[in-house]
Design a protein around this ligand. Structure first.
Ligand code: SF4
Length: 479
């Protein structure tokens, strides 16, 4: 499978769900919950279902709707299910890496779905070198499943026994024949919420999945908590001493669906507030405020509201661009951003535009967008970005390029404006971002803006993602 067009955005790596509801159509519930999380991963999808005495799994490359059909959902019956959608970097999009992954455990199976990234995989691999079951995949998720498979006792006991050995970001669901356990790292970097639905309980990466299956939000899985879901309740164990919460701030900026709640607050409202802050910090005279759909739209609406400059749609997005087995030919590939966006010339021609987007990674998309808008007749293109410049890579489950490829790590804001062809460029400040989110800065991971990594990152990972040792952040070097 190839990338039709690399949209140069940071990519989340996964979404997870878990449902216990005996008597309900469990695989259908998991399917629709995953469908609501499709934005978190479009490369593979899978569901594991537990009936008393067995665990069945179906997983494959592709979108949720392509992996499952009526007959396959009907064949996956049971009392509990976990599900997973995955985004992966190019080169690791092979079937074996689709989740849930499974391992033999005693006389049965354990299945696992994981969102995040472990930073101590080398040490974990050493712990299973003599394991009679060879690793099939290249993911850290299979390592977690392998460790769980070796632990005695109930699945909840196994999770409690293993969780302290995992370093990094993880929000995960594990399933055996009789148990479903959700667990989260001590910093709570990736989201995971618990819901109540008719006949049982569920967990999901985002509240939009709960809404989809008619569940009501109970609470978040707490940082460092392992929680067993049953038809009638929750059994919680605080497996790790909860550290200071470090939710990924990019969930608020870009990853989470705008209709989700994060920490009880609506994401769309937070993004609109980012636009309001941005208008206060970086005002400019123009004819029209435009959002790059869909992620830039709420902040553009906020910018327009605060500035008094009219908001308009000026770009139509093809929502079906993504990964495909069909390679675009050379001419189509050259058109790059036009595979995703088509400008409304009649709206744009002769106008001075303020264009709001959520982030800049390599700068290639911004450059192509600015060129496209100018070709469509824009007189001025003022780029306004509703997050600070990204200057450090992510080690906690977000696919970002190495530091050397991050345009803001190598160039000043004025230089990036020149490189991208923008008339002016401005970013929201960290302080403005925190005001918009409405929660204290020390409750978030903001490492891709600050280089202050809250969870240890091993030297081997750092070397891969940094151009030279001199540019390593102090915090990462220390750990
Ligand atoms: S480094 Fe950035 S993208 Fe990664 S978890 Fe932290 S805030 Fe999120």
């Amino acid at each position: 499978m190839s990338v039709l067009w690399d949209d140069d955005s940071p990519h989340d790596e996964c979404g997870v769900v878990g449902i216990v509801a005996p008597g309900r159509d469990i695989s259908r519930l998991a399917f629709f919950a995953l469908h609501a999380l499709q934005h978190r991963g479009q490369e593979s999808a899978g569901i594991a279902v537990a009936d008393d005495g067995q665990v069945m799994v179906q997983r494959d490359l592709g979108l949720v709707g392509a992996v499952f059909d009526e007959p396959s959902l009907r064949s996956l019956s049971g009392h509990s299910a976990i599900g997973h959608v995955r985004y992966s970097t190019t080169g690791s999009n092979k079937w074996e890496n689709a989740q849930p992954v499974t391992r033999n455990r005693g006389t049965g199976l354990v299945a696992l779905g994981h969102n995040g990234n472990l930073t101590n995989t080398d040490a974990l691999r050493e712990q299973i070198t003599n394991d009679p079951q060879p690793l099939q995949a290249t993911t850290d998720s299979e390592l977690i499943a392998a460790l769980l498979a070796r632990e005695p006792g109930s699945l909840l006991d196994a999770v409690v026994g293993v969780i302290g050995r995992l370093v990094g970001a993880f929000s995960a669901v594990a399933l055996s024949e009789y148990e479903l356990v959700a667990f989260r790292d001590a910093h709570g970097v990736r989201p995971l919420v618990i819901g109540k639905l008719e006949g049982g309980y569920c967990v999901a990466s985002e509240t939009c999945a709960l809404d989809q299956i008619g569940a009501t939000l109970v609470r978040e899985v707490r940082p460092g908590e392992a929680v067993r879901l049953t038809a009638t309740g929750l059994e919680s164990r605080q497996a790790l001493t909860p550290a200071i919460s470090r939710m990924c701030v990019f969930e608020h900026i870009y990853f989470a669906r705008p209709d989700s709640l994060l920490d009880g607050r609506n994401v769309w409202e937070q993004r609109r507030a980012m636009g309001i802050e941005l208008a206060g910090e970086a005002p400019i005279d123009a004819d029209m405020v435009v959002g790059l759909p869909d992620s830039g739209t709420p902040a553009a609406i906020g910018y327009a509201f605060a500035s008094g400059i009219p908001y308009s749609e000026a770009v139509v997005r093809n929502r079906y661009v993504g990964r495909s087995f069909i390679q675009p030919d050379q001419e189509l590939r050259k058109s790059g951003v036009k595979l995703k966006f088509n400008p409304l010339r009649e709206i744009i021609d002769g106008k001075r535009l303020i264009v709001v987007d959520d982030s800049i990674v390599r700068g290639t998309t911004t450059q192509q967008v600015v060129a496209m808008l100018r070709e469509a007749g824009a007189r001025e293109v003022h780029m306004r970005i509703s997050s600070p410049p990204i200057t450090w890579p992510c080690f906690y489950g977000i696919d970002m390029p190495s530091r050397g490829e991050l345009v803001a790590a190598r160039h000043s804001i004025d230089e990036v404006a020149r490189l991208t062809g923008a008339t002016t460029l401005a970013h929201l400040s960290l302080e403005g971002l925190q005001r918009a989110i409405g929660a204290p800065a020390d409750r978030f991971c903001r490492a891709c803006f600050t280089g202050e990594y809250p969870i240890p990152v091993p030297d081997s990972s750092i070397k891969l993602r940094f151009e030279d040792a001199a540019t390593q952040p102090a915090e990462a070097q220390r750990k």
